[in-house]
Ligand binder design. Structure first.
Ligand code: SF4
Ligand code: SF4
Ligand code: SF4
Length: 321
């Protein structure tokens, strides 16, 4: 069988998704046997021009990790899409915006002002901000333009498959690699993970449903047999897709929602609010307000991995249009 041409690219990412590929351990050798890696910035040097010269569809599969935050990342996504037969949104940042997507609670102007002018450690009396173009005697220096918001990969290019997780676990990466190598791919648009919610497959005992508020993981030592949510920890299991092998739950930590919503959930945060309110015992507005106040950074908790993809964001975009 001829070797596949594989490209791996990172945009607004932390590097964890690239490391997750290395976590395949000895199976990485099988990947090397099955594929020529034509692009992988974390491991090998490449130039823009090399990429631009590749013909259309010359890359069999592109694993694109990271969200899209600046003009360079958008351009690279477009170049790679044009040259790749299969485009995979790899990891939660590419799939839903991920942690970088939390920046969408602000905008370009707000972020630049905070980082370059008002943060406690900044001294910038002239109020200089980075510019996409700067004239110097030798010519014009350019930087990628910082966009007004963070985008998911499918908001800038067409995506064939989604491999969620922050980062995706090695067994799911291997499932995807095997499917790609064998040509036994699921229908376009599939999410390579479970179809149920994490709660549907969680073995913890669920019984009590009358909380007055929530606690943070450092405040209790949870019972390892019982549902974490019912012990007062904000566990995102009711609103999160199964498929990670219950990594956090097994470590006695609540799910943070990195696999994103299941197919029948329109908005992960809204679903989570609904799940949390259903176990709260609040009979007055005041009790409900007090219970809500026990969740530190509620918006950031409910939309930790999916703000750019959330209904909330779509309403905001419509208002700005
Ligand atoms: S999905 Fe997680 S591990 Fe991957 S780049 Fe984003 S933050 Fe890093
Ligand atoms: S809320 Fe969390 S701990 Fe409870 S059943 Fe769901 S996944 Fe398991
Ligand atoms: S338990 Fe939740 S946060 Fe942890 S890896 Fe699984 S989906 Fe991600």
């Amino acid at each position: 069988m001829p070797k596949l041409n594989l490209a791996i690219y990172w945009a607004a990412a932390c590097g964890g998704c690239d490391v997750a590929i290395l976590d395949l351990d000895e199976k990485i050798l099988n990947v090397a046997e099955a594929a020529n890696i034509v692009l992988w910035p974390i491991a090998m040097d490449y130039k823009y021009q090399d990429l631009s010269l590749l013909p259309k569809d010359s890359i069999d599969v592109c694993l694109f990790n990271g969200a899209v935050r600046n003009s360079e990342q958008k351009e690279l996504a477009e170049i790679l899409r044009e040259r790749s037969r299969v485009m995979v949104a790899f990891g939660s940042c590419a799939c839903f915006g991920g942690i970088p997507g939390l920046a969408n609670f602000s905008n370009r102007e707000g972020i630049l002002k905070r980082v370059y002018k008002t943060s406690p450690t900044t001294v910038n009396h002239e109020g200089i901000l980075p510019q996409a173009e700067t004239a110097v005697p030798e010519g014009t220096l350019t930087l990628p333009a910082f966009m007004n918001r963070v985008y998911t990969l499918n908001q800038v290019v067409d995506v064939d498959y989604y491999l969620p997780g922050c980062p995706p676990p090695p067994d799911l990466i291997w499932t995807a690699v095997e499917a790609i190598v064998s040509g036994n791919l699921p229908p376009k648009g599939s999410v390579i993970a479970g179809t149920k919610s994490l709660c549907d497959t969680c073995q913890r005992v669920k019984e009590q449903k009358n909380l007055k508020g929530f606690v943070r993981p450092h405040e209790i030592i949870p019972d390892p047999e019982k549902c974490l949510l019912e012990q007062g920890l904000v566990c995102c299991g009711p609103a999160t897709r199964d498929g990670c092998g219950h990594r956090c739950i097994k470590a006695n930590m609540p799910c943070r929602g990195c696999f994103g919503p299941t197919g029948n959930i329109h908005d992960q945060g809204a679903k989570l609010v609904s799940a949390l309110t259903s176990i709260l015992q609040a009979t007055t507005k005041e009790e409900a307000r007090q219970a809500a106040e026990t969740i530190v950074d509620a918006a950031g908790t409910f939309y930790r991995f999916g703000l750019p993809d959330a209904l909330l964001q779509r309403v905001k975009r419509r208002e700005q249009a």
